[in-house]
Design a protein around this ligand. Structure first.
Ligand SMILES: C[S@@+](CC[C@H](N)C(=O)[O-])C[C@H]1O[C@@H](n2cnc3c(N)ncnc32)[C@H](O)[C@@H]1O
Length: 264
């Protein structure tokens, strides 16, 4: 993995895919996956909730061609043509355009609430990085958090999207329920504006330190926070930088927008 290529991908290519991950979380994904690689913490990578593939292609780019990334989605957005939805067709097209062709064997198309954990591990083994970004109702979040819990490796990380977003209040309830119900085993080590990062308790300090020491996160303010009995690092992206980044990308300076997120 050449880190400068991945930064380039984050700041140049990711915005070309409709979707929801922004540079701060993309850099947290990169930092955690790179830390796992450096420490030989192997395992599969999975995401529930692909949409058009913005975070899926980031995971694929970081993983490289030799690692599988399993994608799970209903893939039912838009019109159907020859049994294929607009969403599915566009997702495959993005993969080809970005030079990250989708291996359709690595997709589970359908409702995640009907999946068994073994269907995931049969495809990719124990999971080292699981992004939960599918249905945002409490029922689905409960199901998906259990799928992640039951499939991750001992050193696995679970990322919950849209926590504390008032548009999706049941996500926050579901994550809090999960952490309380599994409080003996899991803890939160990092929080961003949009996502909550969880691992097994034995790895809490390891992943916390990975965030604190990550070269790619040097541009952010790291603050201390507490969530349901865990101390976690909050990765804060100041308004001034968000504004600078948006101005650069919207005024055709996307190619140099990466500079807004460099550590000075
Ligand atoms: C917020 S979007 C995912 C965003 C994506 N991760 C990105 O980076 O842009 C949520 C996705 O979850 C999918 N979804 C919703 N409910 C689902 C379910 N029960 N099972 C599988 N996928 C589901 C939707 O089809 C949609 O594509």
């Amino acid at each position: 993995m050449v880190l400068s290529n991945i930064r380039k991908f984050i700041f140049h290519d990711l915005r070309s895919v409709e979707g929801y991950i922004d540079p701060p979380d993309a850099l947290v994904f990169l930092s955690l996956l790179d830390c796992q690689r450096q420490h030989n913490l192997s395992g599969g990578i999975a995401e529930i909730g692909i949409y058009f593939g913005r975070s899926y292609f980031l995971l694929k780019k970081i993983a490289g061609p030799d690692e599988d990334v399993l994608g799970i989605d209903l893939f039912d957005i838009g019109n159907l043509s020859h049994g294929i939805s607009d969403q599915y067709r566009l997702f495959l097209e993005h993969g080809n355009r970005l030079g990250l062709p989708v291996d359709e064997e690595m997709l589970l198309v359908g409702d995640s609430t009907t999946l068994a954990a073994q269907e995931i591990t049969d495809k990719i083994g124990a999971v080292r990085f699981f992004s939960v970004d599918g249905g945002h109702s409490l029922t689905t979040l409960t199901n998906d958090s259990h799928l992640a819990r039951d499939t991750i490796a001992d050193h696995g990380v679970i990322v919950f999207d849209d926590t504390f977003n008032p548009a999706w209040p049941e996500v926050t309830v579901g994550v809090a329920d999960f952490l309380r119900d599994n409080d003996d085993a899991f803890s939160t080590f990092c929080m961003t504006k949009y996502k909550t990062y969880v691992c097994r308790r034995e790895f809490h300090d390891f992943y916390r330190a990975a965030i604190e020491q990550a070269p790619d996160l040097g541009a952010f303010d790291l603050a201390e926070t507490h969530f349901l009995g865990c101390d976690a690092v909050r990765v804060h992206n100041p308004f001034s930088r968000r504004l600078l980044y948006e101005l650069m990308t919207r005024s055709g300076m996307g190619a140099i927008s990466e500079r807004a997120y460099r550590c000075h």
